[in-house]
Design a protein around this ligand. Structure first.
Ligand code: UFG
Length: 333
């Protein structure tokens, strides 16, 4: 197994999973994508082998792991929308907590012990300290954040009981797209800020709904730390290499350490795409917190990760190029 180059990637047909498969393939690994296409896209599966399946199908996953003997697992498959999780908490606990438990059970049976998991800044909720260090207590403000905090607990217990080596990468706001334009962000329905800004600028929606301008932040809108999806992808590869090299545990924030307000992102996007962005102020969105900005130096120290593509310009310009290709193409056909 130590010589295997295969890496099982659950949710590898999704936004961050697919970018990570590209990164893995570029570094000599063989991604094995496992996805049920509930939110992933067949045309994002471009690197490595593909198996259609659900992470809750333990027998099938176990057989696959026994057959392919991957050196480790990258686990992206999960439900990710903060607002939706408030309305449908059952979906989040089932897909995220129970789904991860199923995956861990299959790994246990098959003797695969190394796993890198998608975490989130949403576990911190309303932090006392911003930028937020990894040591900040968990105080999730949404069922989504809570489900991911529970996943972290599961991993801890599997480390202790069964010697799993685990990394949790707590993303701040994933954004941007592959600079070569092969893949990018495509959610249905789209809830994320940057694609919605583009949709408003192009008239696909009447206006961007700006959720809340009465937060305790400098301009009243929420502050977020936007991190390029390709930088997230390289962090997954580096974390996996570290675990396979013997590291037992990693808990890392992935952010830049800089926060932009929603209003600042709108203004920046207007400049990058050269179009006005109509917006309408709405009530706060359930589950949102005022500020999520990472203390971001631990990932550099422990896995040598440096975010090289996460300037707001690079995020917005790569995301825009992808949006023009992917969304506008459909409209003009
Ligand atoms: N926003 C709007 N209008 C929109 C969409 C978003 O005003 O149409 C605002 C939100 O209220 C928030 C900010 O833009 O203040 C960012 O919202 P996103 O939906 O783009 O991202 P979130 O911060 O809600 O969530 C993202 C990921 C989560 C992750 C979280 C951690 O989707 O998985 O970042 O910060 F947990």
């Amino acid at each position: 197994m130590a010589n295997s180059k295969t890496v099982l990637v659950t949710g590898g047909a999704g936004y961050i999973g697919a970018h990570t498969c590209k990164e893995l393939a570029a570094h000599g690994f063989a991604p094995l994508v496992y996805d049920n296409f509930s939110t992933g896209h067949p045309d994002f599966v471009r690197w490595g082998e593909f198996v259609h399946g659900d992470i809750q199908d333990v027998p099938r996953l176990t057989r696959l792991l026994l057959e392919k003997k991957p050196l480790g697992v990258l686990h992206f498959a999960s439900s990710i929308a903060v607002g939706e999780s408030v309305e449908k908490p059952d979906k989040y606990y089932r897909n995220n907590v129970y789904g991860t438990l199923c995956l861990l059970e299959a790994m246990l049976t098959a003797g695969v012990r190394d796993i890198v998991v998608s975490g989130t800044a949403a576990v911190y909720g309303h932090p006392d300290e911003v930028p937020i260090p990894e040591s900040a207590p968990f105080d999730p403000a949404s069922p989504y954040g809570c489900s991911k905090a529970m996943v972290e607990r599961l991993l801890l217990d599997f480390e202790t009981a069964y010697g799993f080596r685990t990394a949790v990468l707590r993303y701040f706001n994933a954004a941007g797209a592959d600079p070569e334009g092969e893949i990018g962000e495509r959610h249905e329905p789209e809830t994320h800020l940057i694609p919605n800004i583009f949709r408003a600028a192009c008239g696909l929606i009447p206006a961007l709904k700006l959720f809340g301008v009465d937060y305790p932040t400098p301009d009243g809108s929420c502050l977020r730390d936007y991190i390029h999806v390709c930088d997230l992808a390289s962090a997954h590869r580096l974390a996996l290499e570290k675990l396979v090299g013997g590291q037992k545990k990693l808990r890392l924030n992935l952010g830049t350490g800089f926060g932009y307000s929603v209003k600042e992102v709108i203004e920046h996007a207007r400049r990058v795409i050269g179009k006005p962005v109509p917006f309408k102020v709405e009530e706060r969105r359930a589950g949102d917190v005022p500020a999520l900005v990472a203390r971001a130096d631990l990932a550099r120290k422990t896995i040598g990760w440096i975010a090289t593509r996460s300037s707001l310009d690079s995020i917005l310009s790569t995301a825009w190029r992808w949006f023009e290709k992917d969304s506008l193409k459909k409209v003009t056909l």
